[in-house]
Design a protein around this ligand. Structure first.
Ligand code: GAR
Length: 209
């Protein structure tokens, strides 16, 4: 039997914090609803709760701290080395709060996705939920996109819309968006690993999606 042909696609998650999106990928796997397996977790934050989640489920993890490197270029090389150890088919940024450099992007071309808590191109960068509240939009949401060199500028794979309701605080809105993130991220991972995502420049189509 050709082992390579029959192996499950390998997903590597990069996360900096709480890791609820990481958990949603784990949960999908446990339910047999993931088109792949989580090969490993990479975090830039040694104190992140996401590391505890990896331990709980026996998922291999590597911490790559920015402070351990003199330059950003060296840090990026550290991230590349860590990711390569897991032989990823797909890299998923799930609350990873650092920009990936050119070398990282070239190494894993078209195999890196990110989840962002707004309807891009609105409210890029940090505190997207706060930005949406302050702007006064009636609808916001979440976006999964391919990574390019900009901040939250890559081709959009899919989005989910969430209403902004009277009396919303940043925390309430963030948790309403988060519920949709957990569904959207797994859907996009499955579509990509199932070969259902076609790219034509910025235009991405999910076949049957
Ligand atoms: C999520 O809301 C994710 O969209 C956001 O960080 C949170 C991580 O939550 N990412 C960004 O803002 C990236 N620009 P989690 O650690 O519970 O998955």
């Amino acid at each position: 039997m050709d082992k390579e042909k029959h192996r499950k696609p390998r997903i590597v998650v990069l996360a900096s914090g709480r890791g609820s999106n990481f958990q949603s990928i784990i949960d999908a796997g446990k339910l047999g609803k993931l088109n792949g397996e989580i090969a490993g977790l990479i975090s830039d934050n040694p104190h992140a709760f996401v590391l505890k989640r990896a331990d709980k489920y026996g998922i291999p993890k590597i911490v790559v701290e920015r402070g351990a490197f003199i330059s950003d270029e060296d840090f990026q090389s550290g991230l590349i080395g860590a990711a390569k150890q897991f032989c990823p088919d797909l890299l998923v940024l799930a609350g990873f709060m650092r920009l990936l450099g050119k070398n990282f992007l070239n190494e894993f071309k078209d195999r890196i996705i990110n989840i962002h808590p707004s309807l891009l191109p609105a409210f890029r960068g940090l505190n997207a939920q706060k930005q949406a509240l302050e702007y006064g939009v009636k609808y916001t949401g979440c976006t999964v996109h391919f990574i390019d060199e900009g901040m939250d500028t890559g081709s959009i794979i899919d989005q989910r819309v969430v209403p902004v309701l009277p009396g919303d605080t940043e925390e309430i809105l963030a948790s309403r968006i988060l519920r949709e993130e957990h569904v959207l991220l797994v859907e996009c991972i499955n579509a990509i690993l199932g070969g259902r995502v076609k790219r034509d420049g910025r235009k991405v189509t999910i076949i049957g999606g």
